[in-house]
Design a binder for this molecule. Structure first.
Ligand code: AMP
Length: 218
């Protein structure tokens, strides 16, 4: 059983790296932002509660987030473990998490703010299946269309200059202290997120002493 937390600024590749790790190690990838986006897209009560906050780039209330995370983890479909992405994002959430779960490692993806803007503005998401793309190095075969399901590619509602500024500020002021806390517990491995995704995945595996990464195409 392996339990990991992945942290990093917007656009640092948390979703991509978590998915690669999860697929290979049979981990469940829990992305809190994806859960919220699903609820917004499907017009649930929760979606209505978080939609405006998310679009403005602000953090959703701790009570709501903690409820969503607890409920997700209570499903216990994670026989081999999980990798959680987008949580905890402040010290209260970290305290809540550590009360119930021990963790095996925290992966910190490091990316300078100057690179964040470029990546985030180039990010696209399939409105139908949620698969993500990046027009810098991971474009779809047909412009504007999802390779997997043919759905329309859209920008995330919070991938705007204004919302990104709020999200970055929150990351530096509220999430960095969480990293410090985890660092004191010696959980954190810091990985340079600038190279291509395979390179980053290999570095993560090495840092956590996990089986080496072998891309499916090889
Ligand atoms: P993400 O996809 O991780 O960038 O999350 C998208 C949005 O969901 C964030 O900008 C917040 O509005 C909300 N959100 C996701 N995770 C959290 C969290 N741990 N605490 C508060 N809000 C969150």
């Amino acid at each position: 059983m392996r339990k990991y937390v992945i942290m990093g600024v917007q656009g640092s590749g948390k979703g991509t790296q978590s998915a690669l790790l999860a697929a290979d190690l049979d981990l469940v990838h829990i992305a809190v932002g994806d859960i919220f986006r699903w609820n917004v897209q499907h017009h649930t009560k929760l979606g209505a509660q978080v939609r405006r906050t998310m679009a403005a780039g602000e953090l959703v209330s701790d009570d709501l987030v903690e409820g969503v995370v607890s409920e997700r983890l209570r499903q216990h479909d994670w026989n081999y473990g999980f990798i959680i992405d987008g949580f905890p994002r402040n010290e209260r959430q970290a305290g809540f998490f550590l009360e119930s779960y021990d963790i095996d490692g925290v992966i910190q993806l490091e990316l300078p703010d100057s690179e964040v803007r470029r990546r985030v503005m180039a990010r696209r998401l399939c409105a139908n299946c949620g698969l993500d793309y990046n027009l810098i190095n991971n474009s779809p075969r047909d412009e504007g269309k999802c390779d997997a399901c043919g759905g329309k590619l859209v920008q995330r509602e919070d991938d705007t200059e204004a919302a990104l500024a709020v999200r970055l500020e929150d990351y530096h002021t509220k999430t960095n202290p969480v990293l410090e806390l985890f660092r004191r517990k010696e959980y954190v491995v810091s990985i340079d997120a600038r190279p291509d995704k395979e390179h980053v995945q290999r570095a993560i595996r090495r840092a956590l002493s996990l089986p080496a990464y072998q891309p499916a195409s090889r």
